[in-house]
Design a protein around this ligand. Structure first.
Ligand SMILES: [Fe+2]
Ligand SMILES: [Fe+2]
Length: 358
């Protein structure tokens, strides 16, 4: 069940502080969880893996990575109009998403300090990385004369309650999909340096290794809990979270096709690549992965994305609220229907595949 905690009233943004974009179902969320239950997790089945991950996190390979070099010291006024707008939106969304990770990890670290020192330190080190990522993105927004008041956002955002099991599934997926997003953009720009319109993309290679490590920690947490991968319920939940994360990605990427175009990337192809790679990766942790090769898989996802673009169009119109609401109903129904059909596509049993390899 999802409960949301209260938020205080919005206030006028200060000068140079960007008013956060309107929250929608696709906006990165802020989470809270059952800290008692998190503290009592028995991690013994993955103790060796977690100790190895802790040593890697302590080594802090990216200690000196997030330092702005001279390439940033110039004016960015030449990035104009739609390209500027879509890039700022990309930076904002990424910053909020990194910051959301920071808040959750920091709170977990604080609450677990006396109960589970290993996990507490691990979360503290992950919070360290996410704070660097969010800070670096916020500085980039500063180059466009805007930044986010992260302290104010912390107070005003809605916090969604997720049981710790859901946190493990969703954070694992968001770390791994984050890894693939960053590395695919990085590799593309290595081949097409003419599209590198801002220096932040050069930082993505080492940056995404942080996300990969965070994902591996969550994989160890997931595999330490047999109820998260050994039961029929866990198969249903895995399908649900895989589809939710992929659908959110597809809809968001197509909403921001202009940004990917400015990088010389085709939004549809980028989305397909990120979804397929993340699905393959998730197959190493989850008991199932989705059948992305199914002929209806991407066509249905794209149909959802087309309907979502209609919803965006309706939202932007100047019609009265209730007219907008009525016009939206058929598109929302169509999205839900297509997602249901996608959910029903038979998944691939990764536990059985692991059995064959052994
Ligand atoms: Fe991050
Ligand atoms: Fe991360």
């Amino acid at each position: 069940m999802v409960n949301t905690l209260s938020q205080s009233a919005p206030k006028e943004p200060k000068q140079g502080i960007k008013a956060p974009s309107k929250e929608t179902v696709l906006t990165p969320r802020f989470y809270t969880t059952d800290f008692e239950k998190a503290a009592s997790l028995d991690l013994s089945a993955q103790d060796t893996e977690l100790q190895a991950m802790l040593a890697e996190m302590r080594a802090d390979y990216n200690r000196h990575h997030f330092v702005r070099d001279e390439a940033f010291a110039q004016s960015w006024e030449h990035i104009e109009a739609e390209a500027r707008q879509s890039f700022i939106e990309y930076l904002e969304r990424s910053c909020i998403s990194e910051f959301s990770g920071f808040l959750l990890f920091k709170e977990l670290s604080r609450k677990l300090k006396n109960r589970n020192p290993l996990l507490s330190e691990m979360f503290n080190l992950m919070a360290r990385d996410e704070a660097r990522h969010a800070g670096f993105l916020n500085k980039a927004m500063g180059d466009f004369k805007l930044s986010l008041d992260l302290a104010d956002i912390t107070k005003r955002r809605t916090y969604t309650f997720f049981p710790i099991e859901w946190v493990i599934y969703t954070v694992y997926l968001s770390e791994k999909i984050g890894y693939w997003r960053y590395i695919i953009i990085y590799r593309h720009l290595q081949k097409h340096p003419e599209n590198q319109f801002y220096p932040i993309f050069r930082y993505f290679e080492s940056w995404c290794q942080d996300e990969n490590r965070h994902g591996d920690i969550f994989k160890a947490l997931l595999r330490s809990q047999p109820q998260l991968w050994k039961t029929w319920k866990s198969r249903l939940w895995s399908r649900f979270f895989l589809l939710s994360v992929f659908a959110t990605h597809t809809l968001t990427v197509h909403e921001r096709a202009g940004f990917y175009h400015s990088l010389g990337l085709d939004a549809r192809e980028f989305d397909r690549q990120v979804v397929c790679e993340t699905n393959e990766t998730a197959g190493r942790a989850f008991p199932v992965m989705l059948n992305t090769e199914h002929p209806k898989f991407f066509s249905r996802l794209h149909r959802c994305s087309d309907y979502n673009l209609k919803l965006v169009e309706i939202d932007r119109s100047s019609q009265p609220k209730f007219v907008k609401l009525i016009r939206k109903i058929p598109f929302v129904t169509a999205i839900v229907w297509n997602l249901l059909l996608l959910y029903l596509i038979k998944p691939i049993d990764t536990e059985a595949l692991r059995g064959q390899v052994c």
